[in-house]
Write a protein that binds this ligand. Sequence first.
Ligand SMILES: Cc1ncc(COP(=O)(O)O)c(C=O)c1O
Length: 402
Amino acid sequence: MIAGSTGPVVNERLSARARGLGDGRGAGAREGLISFVGGFPDPGSLPFDAIAEATARAMRAHGQWPLQYGPAFGYAGLLDLLVEKLGRDQGIACARDNLILTAGASQGLGLICDLFLDPGDTVLSEEPAWMGAVRLFRTAGVTVEGVPLDNEGTRVDLLARKLEELRGRGIAPKLLYTIPNFQNPTGVTTTLERRRRIVELADRYNFAILEDDAYHDLRFSGERLPTLYALDGGRHALYLGTFSKILAAGMRLGWVVADPSLIARLGGLKADGGTSPFAAHVAYEFCKDGTLEARIQELIALYRHRRDLLLGELDERMPEGITWSVPEGGFFVWLTLPERLDAPRLLPRARERGIDYLPGTDCFFDGGGRQNIRLAFSYAADDDLVRGIRILAELLGEELAR
Ligand SMILES: Cc1ncc(COP(=O)(O)O)c(C=O)c1O
């Protein structure tokens, strides 16, 4: 509940969902701290001038349309560009009617929850999971059955066991939420063999696969793996993508790929006059001549360097007993602390010393993650990153020595 808020008398009329909610203002970014918290893109890499030029071109070239209401499925020019990109980079063969533009992958995920879930339903999710999904499933009032991960991604053996056990209790989960590439928060990638197994299980138990691939294009090493959507042929899978990590998060543009019948229903659920026609036209003008592909290559080099810097500092500084994942892409490294350290309890002390991190507890559905810290290496500049890891290593070392 929202602490200390008495509010107007209409509070008595709030929905059951809203009454259970936390404070949506959240903690936000903390001034003056070196932040490893959010999956924010590197500020210096944001394409200020190129976006200004693309905006001017959009105003000149498209008449009223960037400034009008748009179609529910999004600006067709950008959809066509995505059809081409998805075929080339994601290995997803699709057409315009397989696509809907959303206000970030976040809105896509919310719409898919509306499409499939009623309160009381059961869903499967990797656990730990992206905290936005943790929040959305909580709001949807569903029971989440967590599936652990290891260095090869989703534990499909445990997934199969869970499905059988649920079937024994007469429960058919409606969907599985998974981030197969550079998972948020753990950074791990699900192997091809396991991806195939997930698709087989979806077929056998008939659940939807909700594939969140927010970091797909930001692979620094290793080979690109086929998406679940491509392996499944779009029979169970819905695919979420976003411009947030490769263009600019402030554009608030993402997309869902799914069977046209599902896309049509998503369009029916989406009562917003079309996802920002303004941002969609600007993004189109920015992307249309190969600028996006060139930018992605620059970002790969930048974030690969940041990942290596972080891993090098961890290797050098972290006390014995602390381990971490080694991601092949994306924004995150996941630390595992010894039993006697407690990530949420240490956080105020870390902040006093000038750093901020995400405690693992924000990524679990009920209570796990006290021995985990998610470090985003995307946001802090090199020197801050190095300084921040020294501070964290010192703090953890002191705690361990107590
Ligand atoms: C795994 C994952 N999915 C979805 C999102 C949401 O991205 P957006 O709504 O900005 O597209 C994020 C952002 O951090 C993410 O990490």
